[in-house]
Design a protein around this ligand. Structure first.
Ligand code: C2E
Ligand code: MG
Ligand code: MG
Ligand code: MG
Length: 284
């Protein structure tokens, strides 16, 4: 596929496999066994509710601890998993593990926190997806409103006829649907108005632009206000600086997620983070 080659920008030679091609083949081969070998792990990044300074959610982010390739970040393998359909069983494992995790958080005494899970379009176009989500909720004993599924604008727009109904049905059951990475690429306000979503995640590329002089950047604030007027919860991603926090508080953004408070954490640490979250770091 010409498109794929162009995007990666690799040169292809007639008689020898280029290094990237060989690497890709190795990655694919190892990825096929990774689930059975238990090499995946989920890390959880806390989301802080600004009005109460409390942790009200966690985003689950996959990690691949490959003995052969080392620590692999999702950007290094999710695309291959999608192209090979391996994302379907991997995504199923992610959903189950994330639901089990948030149950243990509730058992530790915090019964309000939700878990947010990235899903790929390959999972969503599967006809059994909605039933599978409900089945997993049932099996793990998790109520639907504690689960959020993150989708991206491009995947929803490109396959709205295939997945629009499914998102509507999930929302009817009480599952939250978040639009991830809003502001990356060609995000459009008219899309925002018609997509079946309950949460908007403003991409870090937008948050990064918040300057020291806050009057210079009303756009992010306007998006927050628009979403809130529509009854959509707003989460800011990639919050790294206090100036960004001040801005987001001023515009009454609901929740923030970012290195300023915590990077994604292994389950055992994330689970206990709620307790330590009453430390002064959160009393901003
Ligand atoms: P995403 O869903 O937009 O997740 C947020 C990414 O931003 C994560 O990268 C997170 O570690 C990073 N991040 C969080 N706070 C900050 C910050 O303050 N500054 C900066 N610079 N980055 C921050 P990560 O974990 O490498 O994941 C990358 C992408 O891989 C995710 O982007 C998501 O699209 C995808 N992904 C991760 N886990 C899964 C999964 O289980 N399934 C699927 N289908 N995709 C996944
Ligand atoms: Mg996400
Ligand atoms: Mg995502
Ligand atoms: Mg994102």
């Amino acid at each position: 596929q010409a498109k794929k080659q162009g995007k990666n920008g690799f040169a292809f030679y007639e008689d020898s496999l280029s290094v990237p091609v060989q690497h890709r083949a190795d990655t694919e081969r190892l990825l096929r066994q990774a689930l059975d070998k238990g090499e995946f792990e989920l890390h959880y990044q806390p989301q802080i509710h600004l009005a109460t300074s409390r942790v009200t959610g966690f985003e689950a982010l996959i990690r691949w601890n490959s003995p052969e390739l080392g620590q692999m970040s999702p950007d290094q393998f999710i695309r291959i998993a999608e192209e090979t359909q391996l994302i379907v069983p991997i995504g199923d494992w992610v959903l189950r593990t994330a639901c089990e995790f948030i149950r243990t958080v509730h058992q530790k005494g915090d019964n309000a926190a939700i878990v947010s899970v990235n899903v790929s379009v390959m999972q969503l176009i599967d006809n059994r997806f909605v039933e599978r989500v409900l089945e997993l909720l049932n099996e793990t004993g998790l109520e639907p409103h504690y689960l959020e599924l993150e989708v991206t604008e491009s995947m929803v727009i490109e396959s709205l006829d295939l997945i629009g109904d499914k998102l509507d049905r999930l929302i009817e059951y009480g599952v939250n649907i978040a639009l991830d990475d809003f502001g990356r690429g060609f995000s459009s306000l008219s899309h925002l108005l018609k997509l079946p979503i309950t949460t908007l995640k403003i991409d870090k590329s937008f948050i990064e632009q918040i300057p020291d002089n806050q009057e210079d950047q009303p756009l992010t604030g306007l998006i927050i206000r628009l979403a809130k007027d529509m009854g959509i919860k707003v989460v800011a991603e990639g919050v790294e600086k206090y100036v960004q926090l001040d801005y987001l508080k001023k515009y009454e953004c609901d929740c923030i997620q970012g290195y300023l408070f915590s990077e994604p954490l292994p389950a055992i640490i994330a689970r206990d983070w709620i307790k330590t979250a009453s430390l002064p770091t959160l009393c901003f």
